[in-house]
Write a new protein. Sequence first.
Length: 81
Amino acid sequence: MTRGEQQRTALVLGAGGLVGAAWEAGVLWGLAEAGTALSTADLVVGSSAGAVVGSGAADSGRTVAQAPPPAAPAPPGTMST
């Protein structure tokens, strides 16, 4: 980095299916709770599950800590197939 250039940051998230999405959401929540300003990232990049989590984080207009808690799972036998 040369003088006069501002440092740029990126949030980069990987794949992993449903487990990866849950893990990444938990990590983002923990980072936000620890004081990391995720909303200041200049670029958000994700692959597969990371793209879904990243787009949700970037598009919501809220910090991860302000996001609503996940919904409770449906009780067994209440979902039709």
